[in-house]
Write a protein that binds this ligand. Structure first.
Ligand SMILES: [Ca+2]
Ligand SMILES: [Ca+2]
Ligand SMILES: [Ca+2]
Length: 244
């Protein structure tokens, strides 16, 4: 982690020697908290979650990530068990998860995500070492439909655009299923190099693939901390006399 102390810190050498370990401890705690934070779409910074709300840069200042879609479509909110936005179930109501899963009230979805060339883009303000998220309803439609298996391709890039990691998840793989959140984790290792993640439907269906996106953990995003806390606010604590 590379941090630069701004000019606003007016300390003598002795005070700095005392303060720096404390700063380091605070940053470790904040980074740990950031790694544990999850964007669950139940709260939206600067607004209220509602069905159809476009999700783009609301999480940029607090989580260090922004969402977009490769073409003119939007990532929008849908609600579990409410108006149809996401997926069809074999035996339950639409947009309901299988028993035992609780992902709150809202999820995110790109309508008509099977459209060729349409995919979700997640960009990091500061690269991260890892990420995790749920893709919901990776299945083969209502009933058993061989040859219609949903398939998702996940691509991870560094800040120079180099491809770091590709994963393909196909209906029938472990953890997939009707109305089921399939957890996927990306772990690049020690170096924080994840700058961009793309999720693209690469299955055979032309219509009504049924899916949702939820519980996104952007993980350790150095320099941009969780919960609206930033390096700038750490410096502000000095100004208030709350730190030595
Ligand atoms: Ca949720
Ligand atoms: Ca389904
Ligand atoms: Ca599906």
């Amino acid at each position: 982690m590379r941090m630069v102390i701004g000019d606003g810190c007016a300390f003598g050498r002795h005070q700095s020697a005392l303060a720096l370990p404390l700063i380091a401890a605070i940053l470790v705690l904040m980074t740990t908290a950031a790694a544990a934070e999850v964007i669950d779409f139940e709260t939206i910074p600067g607004g209220e979650p509602t069905v159809g709300l476009v999700i783009s840069d609301q999480f940029e200042s607090s989580y260090g990530v922004r969402f977009s879609v490769s073409d003119s479509a939007d990532l929008v909110l849908g609600d579990y068990g409410g108006q149809f936005q996401g997926w069809v179930d074999d035996s339950l109501a639409n947009d309901v998860l299988q028993p035992g899963y609780d992902r709150g009230e809202f999820f995110a979805v790109i309508p008509e995500a099977q459209t060729p060339g349409r995919y979700l883009i997640i960009e990091y303000v500061v690269p991260a070492t890892g990420a995790a998220f749920d893709i919901i309803d990776i299945d083969d439609g209502p009933g058993n439909n061989p040859g219609q298996e949903d398939q998702w391709t996940i691509r991870v890039f560094d800040s120079s655009g180099s491809l770091l990691h590709v994963t393909v998840i196909t209906a029938g793989d472990p953890g997939t299923g009707d109305a089921t959140p399939t957890r996927h984790s990306v772990d690049i290792g020690e170096a924080p190099s994840i700058a961009r993640i793309e999720l693209e439907y690469t299955g055979p269906l032309q219509t009504a693939i049924g899916w949702g996106f939820d519980s996104f953990s952007p993980a350790a995003s150095a320099g941009v901390m969780s919960g609206g806390t930033s390096w700038g606010s750490v410096k502000a604590l000095f100004g208030k006399g709350l730190l030595p």
